[in-house]
Design a protein around this ligand. Structure first.
Ligand SMILES: Cc1cc2nc3c(=O)[nH]c(=O)nc-3n(C[C@H](O)[C@H](O)[C@H](O)COP(=O)(O)O)c2cc1C
Length: 270
């Protein structure tokens, strides 16, 4: 009887010891792997920026992506309200999504102001300029995000130096259904954005995702994209997030400033 009790106690002690060791090991690996995961997330985002800007991304090694960023991409933090560059904020360390969660560094969006369904918008965000080897401005890459059907889609929009023609649009993070809303990642759909124009002659956003197919012969076609088949709700989310980020609440002030002082005339400086 007493040996039975002893063996139960021993079993419990061993089980406890094993689970303690295991939890220390799991917690330790989570802490140890965190910086690696963060680095990989950063790399994924950078690859996505390059792919959307049409300069390849997926096939580049981590070092090649880093080198390209150091030489050909100029990142800047922008004040979304005024459109001014915030030169006192380092784009390498500034985290716009973190800023969007903090009431001190973001504004609350409600009702008609929150068409992208993001609840809060950061005061400052990071934008990227792609430069040719000689330093001339080749593309402006803007971060965009908004709610689809199941998730917030996070991505980038790359514009030609005319600040109107799309080079590419894509999302590096979302949780829409594969085969339905997840088709935002379909290379064919992504390619359908290239060459579209986002603004009217007076600078007003004019881009629309249409259900049932774009009439290629219509003059409006240059401002229209086919909705994803069977995923009207995600498509509407992408439409709304673009209206938001191209409008006054988004990059409106910044783009207006750039139109007044075109980047195409600026050179050099990484
Ligand atoms: C399990 C499940 C997952 C779905 N996922 C999506 C999705 O990610 N995006 C989307 O727009 N619609 C999704 N839908 C379909 C929507 O409910 C809706 O039917 C669709 O957006 C309408 O698009 P349509 O008018 O092109 O058919 C999903 C439906 C089901 C049953």
């Amino acid at each position: 009887m007493s040996s039975n009790k002893e063996s139960t106690a021993r079993t419990l002690i061993v089980a406890l010891a094993v689970s303690l060791v295991a939890s220390v090991f799991v917690a330790g690996s989570a802490i140890y792997l965190k910086p690696v995961q963060e680095e990989n997330r950063q790399l994924d985002k950078q690859r996505s920026i390059l792919a959307i800007a049409g300069v390849g991304g997926a096939e580049r090694s981590a070092k090649e992506v880093q080198d390209f960023f150091n030489t050909r991409i100029k990142a800047e933090v922008v004040d979304l309200t005024t459109g001014e560059i915030k030169s006192d904020l380092d784009p390498k360390t500034f985290d716009a999504l973190k800023a969007a969660r903090d009431p001190k560094t973001s504004i609350e969006l409600t009702g008609a102001d929150d068409i992208a369904l993001i609840k809060r918008r950061e005061q400052f965000t990071t934008v990227y300029r792609l430069q040719e080897e000689d330093g001339t401005f080749a593309a402006l890459i803007l971060p965009i995000r908004g709610y689809g059907l199941w998730s917030t889609l996070h991505g980038f929009l790359a514009l030609k130096p005319d600040l109107n023609t799309v080079i590419g649009l894509g999302f590096y993070q979302h949780a829409e259904t594969p085969g339905l809303g997840g088709e935002v990642d379909n290379p064919k759909w992504r390619a359908s954005w290239t060459g579209k124009t986002l603004f009217d002659a007076d600078g007003k956003p004019n881009i629309e995702i249409v259900k049932g197919g774009v009439d290629k012969n219509s003059p409006a076609a240059e401002h229209q994209i086919d909705a994803l088949a069977g995923a009207t709700l995600t498509s509407k989310g992408v439409d709304r997030l673009l209206q938001f980020w191209l409008g006054e609440q988004g990059f409106g002030a910044y783009l207006e400033k750039l139109r007044a002082e075109p980047l195409a005339s600026q050179e050099g400086g990484h």
